[in-house]
Design a protein around this ligand. Structure first.
Ligand SMILES: [Fe+2]
Length: 131
């Protein structure tokens, strides 16, 4: 997956953190294509669980600070993402099979819809409210 201009929210360090997510997706795609997925899947899921905790906390702090409309809904989307990646990490640790293709679909959809559409609203809110 390539980083695209349209993913830029216009807020650092949020954009930098989003780029790390896209980088993780790219690594997973490469590992899957090259038949090297097992270790990378475990690494990616560990990263994603930490990422969800730290990055979402930062976004949510920012939303509170600027009085962003629709915070509750946005936080709910974060909670669903965090619950999903946590469930997959737990499943993997229990020795269950985690489908890397389904994880990749979930993550690319997240970038394309959550970052491109939802997170972008935070950037626009900051611009229009002049914070
Ligand atoms: Fe978000």
């Amino acid at each position: 997956m390539e980083w695209r201009e349209v993913y830029n929210v216009g807020i650092e360090p949020i954009d930098g953190q989003h780029k790390r997510l896209v980088h993780t997706i790219t690594r997973l795609q490469t590992a899957l294509a090259c038949g090297d997925i097992n270790q990378e899947l475990a690494n990616a899921l560990r990263f994603l669980v930490d990422y969800a905790r730290e990055h979402f906390a930062e976004e949510e702090r920012l939303m509170r600070e600027i009085g962003f409309d629709g915070q509750e809904r946005h936080r709910e989307l974060h909670r669903k993402f965090a619950a999903q990646v946590t469930l997959l990490l737990v499943s993997l640790r229990q020795g269950k099979r985690v489908d890397p293709g389904a994880l990749l679909d979930f993550l690319t959809d997240w970038v394309d819809r959550h970052i491109r559409c939802e997170d972008k609203k935070i950037g626009r809110w900051m611009t229009t409210k002049g914070s």
